[in-house]
Design a protein around this ligand. Structure first.
Ligand code: BES
Ligand code: ZN
Length: 631
C-alpha cells in the first residue's frame, strides 16, 4: 500500500468519524441495549424506556446522545438520577442530549437509563387510523429509522458505527413485530422493572431479542391487525388478514431458495429466521432490511411473483449492511452497492447470467437518469464517497447512485481479477468485518490484503476517480441478450412514430415477456420519443396503450413507466388518472417522479393532488415531495 495516490486520498483514521450524529460515540462503547415501549394509541405516541450498558473512560465527564422531537422525562446513570440538558434543535440532525456524569463513570458495566416519549413531530413513525388500513379493523403504526430517524424514536448514539445486541419489550393492544427473534415469555419484560408493573395497562407485552450486534437504524417496530403465514422453513410473511393469501403466494416460491443461494455465495445465514412484513400503502420504500423482519411495500404484491428481486435485495442486506455496516452515510455505497451486487448474483445463480446482466442494464439506465435528475446542484451526491459534513441531510443525498455506481465498482473489480478469483473474496470480506462498521479505505485495504499477488492489477485502478469523481463511471460491456428484444421493439415504435403508421404492432409483440422486459421497453421508448415532435409523439403514446394496454397492468413498475411515457408525450387524459393513482401508493420511488411529472404539465393539478393526499404519505415522503414541488 505504498502507492502515493492512495496515501494522498486517504483521510487520517479509519473508520472515519460519522458527521451525521451529534453524539460523542467515539468515547463510548455500547455493549447492550434494552428497549421498552408502551404504545399509546389514543395519543399516537410511544412511551419508552431505554437502558444502555456502556464501557467508558472513567474520566469521561459527559455523555452526548442524539434525539429528535423526543420528550425526555428522566435520566438514571448507574442507578442515580442525573442532570440532563437538551440543546436547541440543529437541522437536520436534531437536539443534542447531554448528561453530566459527575465523576460517576466506571470503565465497565455502566448503565444509562432514560425514560422518554415520542411526540407528534416524530419522523420515524407513521400512525394510521383504522380507515387508512386495508382491513379497517384496527389502527396501525410502523417505523422507518434509516438513515437518521431512530433518534426520533428513542434517544441513542444514532450512527451506523455503533452496534449492540438488543432486548426488546413492546406493550400494545395489537400484534407487534420488531427487529429480532421472538423471546421466551417474560424474559425481556422483566428487564424493565416498574415500567410495565405500574398497572396502567394489561395489554400483551411482545418480547424480542437481537443476538447479533445491530446499529440503531436497523431498529424497527410495527403494530396493528397483523397476521402471519409460512413462506418457507425459516420464514413467515406478516400482513393484514385480507392480504395474507396474496402475500404468501407472492413470496413462498422464492424466499428459501434465495436464502440458500445467498448462503452459497457468502456464508450461512446468521439470523435464524428471515421474515417479511408487507405494510400498508403508506410505506415510503420498496423494502427495508430490518433484521429478521424485512419491511416491504405492498406494491410488490402483483400476483405474478415478478417483484421478488426486492426480497433478494433485502435478504442480501443480511450480510451487506446488517452484518457488515457502513461506518457513516458517506460510505453508504458499501451497504447498497454490495447489496445490489449480491442481489444480482442471486438472480444470476437462479435465472442465469444473462438475467444478471439484464438487471445490471436496467440499473445502468436508472443511474443515467438519476445523475440527470440530480443536475448541477446535486452533482456532489453523484460521487461514490460523498461528503455529508456540515450538517447535510442523508435523506437529501439519497439516490440510485450509491446503489448502481457501487454495483458497477464491484462489477469492475470482479472483471478485473476474474470471477474465479473474486468469488472467495466475498466470504473473506464479510467474515473479516462481521459485526463491525467500516469505511471505503478499509475496504480498499482489504482488497490489497486479499489480492496481494495482484497488486499491479489493483494499482491500475484509478481510485480517486472511482471514489471522488462525480457523474457516470466508464460503461462496462453487458450481455444484452435479454434486453435486445425490448430495444428492438422500442426502436420499431420510434421509427413508426415518425411516419404515424402503427399497423404493424399487435398485443402478441409482448408475448412471453416478463414485466421487467416491459419496463425496459417502456423506458427505452420514453427516452427515444423525446426526440420526436409533439404531435407524432402524442399519437405514438396513444397507439402504444391501445395496442398493449400497459396502463391497465397490475404491476406498479410497469404502470409507473407508462405514466412517465404518457405524461412526457402530453396525453392529457392520463393527467387525472396519474393524480388518482398517486392517492393509492406511498412508495417514494413512484410518488416523487409522479408528482414531478404532473407538475411539469399541470402545476395546479399537482398541488391540488398533493394537498388532497399528503396526510396519507409517510412524513419522510411528504417532506421530499414538498421539496420537489418547491413548497
Ligand atoms: N435500505 C434501503 C432503503 C433505505 C435506504 C431507506 C436509505 C432509507 C434510507 C433498502 O434496502 C432499499 O434499497 N430498498 C429499495 C429496493 C431495492 C430493490 C433497490 C427501495 O426501497 O426501492
Ligand atoms: Zn438496500
Amino acid at each position: 500500500m505504498s502507492s502515493t495516490l492512495l496515501a494522498k486520498s486517504r483521510p487520517a483514521g479509519s473508520p472515519e468519524t460519522d458527521p451525521s450524529t451529534l453524539s460523542n460515540y467515539r468515547q463510548v462503547s455500547v455493549k447492550h441495549t434494552n428497549i421498552a415501549f408502551k404504545v399509546d394509541w389514543a395519543q399516537q405516541r410511544l412511551v419508552g424506556r431505554v437502558q444502555f450498558k456502556l464501557g467508558l473512560e472513567p474520566s469521561l465527564n459527559e455523555l452526548v446522545l442524539d434525539s429528535s422531537y423526543i420528550d425526555i422525562k428522566s435520566v438514571l446513570f448507574n442507578g442515580q438520577k442525573h442532570q440532563f440538558h437538551l440543546a436547541p434543535r440543529a437541522e437536520p440532525l436534531g437536539a443534542k442530549l447531554s448528561i453530566d456524569l459527575n465523576g460517576a463513570a466506571q470503565e465497565n458495566d455502566n448503565s444509562l437509563e432514560i425514560d422518554f416519549s415520542t411526540t407528534a413531530e416524530c419522523t420515524a413513525v407513521q400512525w394510521m387510523t383504522p380507515e387508512q388500513t386495508d382491513d379497517k379493523v384496527a389502527p396501525y403504526l410502523f417505523s422507518q429509522c434509516q438513515a437518521i430517524h431512530a433518534r426520533s424514536l428513542f434517544p441513542c448514539f444514532d450512527t451506523p458505527a455503533v452496534k449492540s445486541t438488543f432486548s426488546i419489550a413492546i406493550q400494545s393492544k395489537y400484534a407487534t413485530v420488531s427487529s429480532g427473534n421472538i423471546a421466551p415469555e417474560g424474559s425481556t419484560k422483566k428487564l424493565f422493572g416498574s415500567f410495565f408493573d405500574d398497572g396502567s395497562s394489561d395489554d400483551k407485552v411482545y418480547e424480542f431479542v437481537q443476538e447479533q450486534v445491530i446499529p440503531s437504524y436497523l431498529f424497527s417496530i410495527a403494530s396493528g391487525a397483523i397476521t402471519s403465514a409460512s413462506i418457507g422453513p425459516r420464514s413467515k410473511v406478516y400482513t393484514e388478514k385480507g392480504n395474507l393469501a396474496a402475500c404468501k403466494y407472492e413470496f413462498e416460491a422464492d424466499t428459501e431458495r434465495f436464502i440458500q443461494t445467498a448462503e452459497k455465495i457468502v456464508f450461512p445465514y446468521d439470523w435464524k429466521t428471515y421474515n417479511v412484513l408487507v405494510l400498508p400503502q403508506g410505506f415510503p420504500y420498496g423494502g427495508m432490511e430490518n433484521p429478521n423482519m424485512t419491511f416491504a411495500t405492498p406494491t410488490l404484491i402483483s400476483g405474478d411473483r415478478e417483484n421478488v428481486d426486492v426480497i433478494a435485495h433485502e435478504l442480501a442486506h443480511s450480510w451487506s449492511g446488517n452484518l457488515v455496516t457502513n461506518c457513516s452515510w458517506e460510505h453508504f455505497w458499501l451497504n447498497e452497492g454490495w447489496t445490489v451486487y449480491l442481489e444480482r448474483r442471486i438472480v444470476g445463480a437462479i435465472h442465469g447470467e444473462p438475467h444478471r446482466h439484464f438487471s445490471a442494464i436496467i440499473g445502468w439506465g436508472d443511474l443515467e437518469e438519476a445523475i440527470k435528475t440530480l443536475g448541477e446542484s446535486g452533482k456532489p451526491y453523484t460521487k461514490l464517497v460523498v461528503d455529508l459534513k456540515g450538517g447535510q441531510d442523508p435523506d437529501d443525498a439519497f439516490s440510485t447512485v450509491p446503489y448502481e455506481k457501487g454495483f458497477n465498482f464491484l462489477f469492475m473489480l470482479e472483471n478485473l481479477v476474474g470471477r474465479e478469483a473474486f468469488d472467495p473474496f466475498i466470504p473473506y470480506y464479510f467474515g473479516k468485518f462481521k459485526g463491525k462498521s467500516l469505511d471505503s479505505y478499509q475496504f480498499r485495504d482489504t482488497l490489497y490484503e486479499f489480492f496481494a499477488d495482484k497488486k499491479d492489477l489493483l494499482d491500475s485502478i484509478d481510485w480517486d476517480t472511482w471514489y471522488y469523481t462525480a457523474g457516470l463511471p466508464a460503461k462496462p460491456k453487458f450481455d444484452t441478450s435479454v434486453a435486445d428484444a425490448c430495444y428492438a421493439l422500442a426502436d420499431k415504435w420510434i421509427a413508426a412514430a415518425d411516419k404515424g403508421n402503427f399497423d404493424q404492432f399487435a398485443k402478441s409483440d409482448l408475448e412471453g415477456w416478463t414485466s421487467t422486459q416491459a419496463v425496459v421497453f417502456l423506458s427505452t421508448l420514453s427516452a427515444g420519443l423525446k426526440n420526436v415532435a409533439d404531435e407524432p409523439r402524442l399519437a405514438a403514446a396513444k397507439a402504444i396503450d391501445a395496442t398493449y394496454q400497459l396502463s391497465k397492468s397490475k404491476n406498479f413498475e410497469v404502470i409507473a413507466r407508462w405514466y412517465a411515457l404518457a405524461i412526457g408525450a402530453k396525453v392529457q387524459s392520463e393527467y387525472q388518472s396519474l393524480a388518482n393513482w398517486l392517492g393509492t401508493v406511498g412508495r417514494m420511488k413512484f410518488v416523487r417522479p409522479g408528482y414531478r411529472q404532473l407538475n411539469s404539465v399541470d402545476r395546479q393539478l399537482a398541488l391540488d393532488t398533493f394537498n388532497k393526499y399528503k396526510e396519507i404519505y409517510h412524513p419522510i415522503c411528504r417532506t421530499m415531495v414538498a421539496k420537489d414541488l418547491g413548497l
